[in-house]
Structures are given as C-alpha cells and as structure tokens.
Design a protein around this ligand. Sequence first.
Ligand code: ADP
Length: 505
Amino acid sequence: MSMNMVQYPVRPPSYKRYAVAITSVGLALLLKSFFVPFIEVESPFLIFFSTVVISAWYGGFEPGILATVLSALLADYFFMQPYYSVTTDPNQLFRIFLFMGEGLVISGLSHTLRRSRDRLVEENLLRRQKEIELAESEERFRLLVEAVPEYAIFALDTAGYIASWNFGAERLKGYRADEIVGKHFSLLYTETDVIQNRPQTILQDATQHGVYTEEGWRVRKDGSQFLAHVVITALKKEGKLCGFSKITRDVTENRASEAEIRRLNAELEQRVLERTAQLSETNKQLEAFTYTVSHDLRAPVRAAQGLSQILMEEYKDRLDEEGQDYLQRICKATNRMEELIQDLLTYSKLSNADLQLRAIDLNGVVEESLIQLQMEIEERAAKINVQKPLLTVEGYRPILIQIVINLLTNAMKYVTPGETPQITIRTERRSDWVRLWVEDKGIGIAPQYREKIFKVFERLDNNYPGTGIGLAIVSRGIERLNGKVGVESEVGEGSRFWVELPEAL
Ligand code: ADP
C-alpha cells in the first residue's frame, strides 16, 4: 500500500451537528432579544434565517429542519403578538408556515450544495490518490529497469533518438545516460550497418510488426564490438506510435561457447571415427594373424595326428602299457588341437567373408543343421521339437546353419550327465524382427555369465568338453548379419538362447 495516502474530509458526528443547530438558535435568540428594542418594524424571523443557513450548511438537512422548527417556535413565542404565548391568529400562523417553508427549502438547498461540494472534493482527492499511485508505480518500474545490469533497456522517440538509458545499457555500451540521451541510436551500430541504413529499416520493421528481434554486431563507446540479441518494441498509445523500447543483451560469449561446443563435438566425432578405424584395422590384422596361424598350425598337427595313428596301428605290439597310454593321450591332444584350429578358422573366416544378405527360410536352415548333427543327436538320444512353420529372415544361409549347429551342440552338451537333452526350436515375430529360440532343459547359466560366455575362450565348466569358441562364432556371425543375440537362463532351469534378425518380406 502506498505511504502517500490522501486524507478524505470526515463529516462531523451527529451530536455535533445537532448541537450546532441548537446553539445557533440559542445565540440567535439572545442576539435578537438584544436588538429588538432597536428594530422598528416587527420582524420576528430576522436573524433566525441565519441559524437555519448555518445549521443546514454545517450539519445537513436534518439539523437545518431542527433549527427551522426551533426558530419558528421561539419567534412565535417571544417575538410575535401576543408576546410570550403561542399565536392562533391565522395571519401569524401563515407567516410561521411561510418561514418553515423557506427553512425547508434553505435546508434542502444547502444540503444539496454541501453534498455536491463534498463529492467534488472527494473526486479531486481520488484523482490525486490515483496520480500519486501511478507516479509511485512508474518510479518503481523506472528503478527496476534502471537497475537491471545484464540488459541494456532504453527508450527511443519516434525518430530514433534515445530518451532513457538504464544501468545495464551503461554497462554494456559504455555511455553514461547524460552522454547519450538525446543522441540518435544509430550511434550504437557498425559503420556498415549505418551505411546500409539498417537502424531506420529496423524501426520501420518494428513499427510494421509491433516487435522486431535480431542478433547482430553493435559498437561500444570504446569502438569495440559485441554480438547483441536485440528486441525492439513499437510503443503505441491509442493506436498512435509514441516511441520504441529497446532491450539488448550481449550474447558474444554464448555464441562463442556454442561454437566451441560444436567444434569440440566435431573433433570428438572425428577422433571416434579415427579410433574406430584404427581398432577395426587392428582387429582385421589380428584376425588375419589368427587365420594364418591356425592355417599354418594345421599341417604339423595333422602330421602329429597321422603319425600317432600309424604308431597306434603298426607299433602297438612293441609298446608296453604305459607307452600305449602316452600314445592314447597324444592322439586325444592332437584331436583336440585339430578341433580348436577348425573353430578358430571358422571364427576368422566369418570376419572376412563378403556377405550378400537375402531372404532365408529358417525351416531349411534348421533341417540342414539337424542333418549335419544327426550322429550326435542319435548318440545322445536328444529329443528335438521344432515348432513349424518357422519364419523367414534376412540373412546368409551358411552362417545361419553354423549358428544353429553351435546352439544345438551346446543344448545337447550342457545337460546333467545321464539325462536326455530336450530341446525346442521356435520362431517369434517381434514387430519387424524375427526371434529364433533354441531352448533346452539343461544345467543353465548363472546371470552374471550371460554376456561373458559370448566371448572367445570363455568357458564356465571344464567337466564338459569344448574349445570356448562356439558362442563367439554365434555372436560374430549374428553381428555380421546385423542381428542380435542373447540368452535367458537360471542355474538348473535350462537355457533359452535367441538370435534376432530382420524379417524378410
Ligand atoms: P564351448 O561349448 O566350446 O565351451 P561355447 O562358446 O559354445 O564354448 O560356450 C561357452 C560356455 O558357455 C560353455 O563353456 C558353457 O559353460 C556355457 N554354455 C553354452 N551353452 C550352454 C547351454 N546351452 N547350457 C549351459 N551352459 C552353456
């Protein structure tokens, strides 16, 4: 609430208003008693008129009436014949009646006059109050605007001459208010902008559209430049242009930071690209190395395998039991070595193969895999349930067969000794993808190993034979087909391996 409150006139309390009426009548009575001897004509109401006027003026209508009635009674009693008694003469009564009528009119008029005067005073005071409030609010707003440090806020007249200048403007542009107020705002623009008549164009634009916003270079008092974000608003009063407000913010640093962030991002992306290229080059070299080594190891291993076979067949009789046992072990080791080399070769070949992806019917893939695994299936008496028909995917047949064979081999292998493997193969549509499931009821996998087992040489249980490359081949193969692979499993609950590929339409 404003501190500068206007004081409204207060009407006197009732008792005072009536007291004034009674007192004024009393005084009139005294005064009249004093003057009567000097007045020649009989005029009973003389002086009493003034009491009616005073009472009505001061107290309003009712005290005016009271003064009229009292005056009439007193005038009748003291100053009309017969004196000191109430008259019954119709002429005198008519005079009294006339006086009372006049009193009524005076009271009414003076009351109305008083009311209009009071209303006028009140209206004036109200206006004054509004003016004070407006001035205060303007002052508050001015102080607020002047104190804003981050924004240059200033006003222009219709021709573009600066009319006000806040603290933020002084901070941003370097001019003090007394130096710049009254100058044209084009002073703040670059020379090129001024030559191109930009300041004027901007004002025209703001006038036309109400608001004009832009980002551009502006000049400080010391000649240095900054990138400004500017909002110019046309100020209109009753539809007529009366000036412009201009709010400017320095965005040089923001834009610089944004540019720096963009540069760093681009640099980072470039580095990631380079690093990825380096990594894939190293990977390729490693795979080539694996391939060569595996390939070259094959011949000596085969030689060892062949020679130990010959030894077994042709020199068995000349070896004692211990010698035969050693020879057996050499055979086993070389067979394992051969398997390992074969797996490594498959793995590295996967990386090099140039693939043409096409629609592959998974029914055919599974059938072919089952044919290739027939011996093992029979040996283990595995029960394999294929939920036909299987769906068709985008893929590469040899890789898909390899994947299914590896998953099936594991599903048959990782069961509690003595138990029959039970396997289900099925497909499932997941929006645009097809998921092929190979589910077993075997020993299961603890959750913490679900990702690790897809890496080369990661094995969980050495009681089961294997090279630790089978799932790495699955993972690499599915990666080459742009698909996904995963497993759901709990120890003792069986495993549900899946691969996902785009559905072929
Ligand atoms: P390998 O079977 O030659 O050891 P894999 O890469 O095929 O190598 O599998 C890695 C490991 O994942 C296995 O050693 C085994 O511990 C675990 N594993 C794979 N498939 C299954 C499965 N169906 N059930 C339980 N464990 C499995």
